[in-house]
Design a protein around this ligand. Structure first.
Ligand code: COA
Length: 245
């Protein structure tokens, strides 16, 4: 496939199509993470060079991915809590005029009909390259394992230890990172937090949530916790920190 890479900002003509492609296949709740939402305008404005589109010879979007620059000393203790905290740290660092040294790959997505052909690795490699050009020597990612939603009651620490007979991770998305030489650092227990009222959640998941308590909901990596007394539903999703070579 003849592929070209563009900064997302350089192709406004593709933005509408990108929105269609990249919003497909996600559970609705994923778009209701207040901490991430609060950072997103500045992330888009400030870190455009780390937001890429991969396009084929006929100018069709094949994949997209983006990341943020943070300062990280390389230790487990200094890792951001996960996706949300990476965005917060990147924005705060830029605001303070600090220098970043590490790329956090926040998301990568391949067009639905082109998945399973190794295009995600291509995208991850391109993002790492873009980070390097910005002086970001280290590359880490809070990976949202693609098959974890099938096991919402399993602790991430256990899930991420599951392997196939060949020793590779059981999860396909962790496997892509593993194949590229990335190693698992640790679980990110509170990577993303999605919040809404009970009515919001009922709309997002498509069924009634009549009582306070925990619910298994489609697409979620962990149980949703509903508190009717405060009219709030909270879903805290764990991810897996990996570090690329
Ligand atoms: C996760 C994702 C980026 C992987 O991209 P990809 O280009 O398909 O990745 P790969 O080609 O490296 O495939 C990885 C593994 O998943 C398998 N796979 C990928 N898509 C699949 C599909 N639709 N059905 C079944 N298996 C699939 C591949 O066969 C491969 O397995 P292998 O290790 O046994 O060869 C892509 O599936 C995607 O965009 N998903 C939706 C968005 C998402 O979850 N992003 C990650 C969080 S930000």
């Amino acid at each position: 496939m003849d592929l070209r890479t563009f900064a997302f900002d350089d192709r406004p003509d593709l933005h509408e199509r990108a929105e269609e492609i990249f919003s497909a296949g996600w559970p609705e709740f994923i778009f209701h993470d207040p901490v991430a939402d609060q950072q997103m305008d500045r992330v888009r404005q400030w870190f455009g060079e780390l937001n890429l589109l991969l396009v084929d010879g006929e100018d069709r979007i094949v994949a997209g991915g983006w990341g943020v620059p943070v300062c990280w000393d390389g230790s487990l203790d200094d890792l951001p809590g996960g996706y949300d905290e990476s965005l917060v740290r990147a924005v705060a660092l830029r605001e303070a005029g600090g220098r970043a040294d590490t790329l956090v790959i926040a998301a990568a997505q391949v067009r639905g009909d082109l998945q399973g052909r190794g295009l995600a690795s291509e995208m991850l490699g391109l993002l790492a390259g873009a980070g390097e050009r910005e002086g970001l020597a280290r590359v880490i990612a809070p990976v949202r394992p693609a098959s974890k939603a099938r096991y919402p009651l399993t602790a991430m620490d256990e899930f991420m230890s599951w392997t196939r007979a060949d020793g590779a991770p059981s999860d396909p998305w962790l496997r892509t990172h593993h194949r590229m030489g990335a190693r698992v650092l640790r679980s990110a227990e509170r990577s993303m937090t999605m919040k809404g009222s009970v009515a919001d959640w009922e709309k997002w998941v498509g069924f009634a949530l009549p009582a306070s308590g925990s619910y298994v909901v489609p697409g979620a990596l962990a149980p949703l916790v509903i508190d009717r007394a405060t009219d709030q539903g909270v879903l805290v999703e764990p991810n897996v920190w990996v570090r690329h070579r």
